[in-house]
Design a protein around this ligand. Structure first.
Ligand code: 4G0
Length: 247
C-alpha cells in the first residue's frame, strides 16, 4: 500500500513513521509513506497556503489552490483514482471497520488541515471522504493522519508476525480484551488467577471469554448491544449478573 500525506509540517512525521511497526512495514516495503510539503504547490514567491476568511471572523483558512494542485498532481502520478481523505473534526468517526476498509486500498491520499479549516471548494472538488479520530480539536490534522496510518499499517499482509492475533483482539471480536498476566505469579500480594496456571485450555478459554464479556458489559455496553450473542455468551452473562448481585 502507498500513502501520500499532504501537510505544512512534514517534520512532524519523521520519527513516528520510522519507529515501531510502521517503520518495519516501510522497511519491508509492505507500506510506502510519502510525506509532501504543501508549500511545494504554493503559487506565490512567499509560498503562502492560508488566507483571511471571506465574511470575516477569527483565524485563517487554507487556500484552495495549493491543496487542489497537490491532490491533482499525486492522483495523476498514481494514474488512477484513490480515496482522498481530509482529517477533520467534522468527519465520519474513524474506527476499526474503517481501518479494515482502508487497508484493502492500493493507495490513499491524506490531507492534514490547519487553522480554522479548509476552503469548502477543496471538499467539493478533490476530497472523497472526511474522517475524524474523535470528538476533540487538534491544531492540525497531522496526529489524526498518523493514527490512521498506524491503524491501517498493522492490518497489511505480512506486517504483524501473527495474523491470528488480529481476530482475537478487541474490536476484531467486538469485545474488549480479557485481563493479561505474565510472571511472576505473585506480586505484592496480587496473584494471577488460578485457572491461568492450570494448563486446562478449555477452562482458560471460557474464563477469558467471560472476563471479556464482563468488561465489555461494564465499560462499553454499547459494544455488547451490537453483538449477536451465542447461547454460551448468554449463559456467561447470566452468571456475571448473579455474581454482581451477590457482590
Ligand atoms: C480541518 C482532525 C482541520 C478543520 C483535525 C481543524 C481534530 C481532528 C482541522 C478544522 C483537527 C480529528 C474546523 C477546526 C485540524 N482536529 N478529531 N484539526 N476545524 O480527527
Amino acid at each position: 500500500m502507498r500513502i501520500e500525506v499532504i501537510t505544512i509540517f512534514p517534520d512532524f512525521f519523521t520519527s513516528p513513521l520510522d519507529c515501531s511497526i510502521v517503520g518495519r512495514a516501510r522497511q519491508s516495503e509492505a507500506l510506502a509513506v510519502e510525506v509532501h510539503d504543501l508549500r511545494n504547490w504554493a503559487t506565490d514567491k512567499h509560498r503562502v497556503v492560508d488566507d483571511y476568511p471571506y465574511g470575516g471572523g477569527a483565524g485563517m483558512v487554507m487556500k484552495p489552490e495549493p491543496l487542489i494542485l497537490a491532490v491533482e498532481d499525486l492522483l495523476s502520478k498514481a494514474g488512477r483514482d484513490c480515496p482522498v481523505i481530509l482529517l477533520t473534526p467534522q468527519g465520519q468517526q474513524f474506527d476499526q471497520s474503517k481501518a479494515e476498509q482502508l487497508a484493502k486500498q492500493e493507495q490513499l491520499i491524506l490531507i492534514c488541515g490547519h487553522y480554522e479549516g479548509v476552503d469548502e471548494r477543496v471538499r467539493q472538488s478533490v476530497v472523497t471522504e472526511e474522517l475524524s479520530i474523535g470528538d476533540y480539536i487538534l491544531t492540525g490534522g497531522e496526529p489524526a493522519a498518523l493514527v490512521v496510518i498506524e491503524a491501517v499499517a498493522r492490518l497489511l499482509p505480512g506486517v504483524l508476525g501473527n495474523p491470528a492475533s488480529l481476530d482475537s483482539e478487541s474490536f476484531g471480536s467486538g469485545l474488549l480484551e480479557y485481563p493479561h498476566y505474565t510472571r511472576p505469579a505473585q506480586w505484592r500480594g496480587m496473584s494471577v488467577p488460578e485457572v491461568l496456571l492450570s494448563g486446562h485450555h478449555q477452562k482458560i478459554h471460557r474464563w477469558r471469554y467471560k472476563q471479556a464479556l464482563r468488561r465489555t458489559g461494564k465499560r462499553r455496553p454499547d459494544l455488547l448491544e451490537q453483538l449477536e450473542l451465542t447461547e454460551d455468551a448468554r449463559e456467561l452473562l447470566a452468571e456475571i449478573d448473579t455474581e454482581c448481585k451477590q457482590g
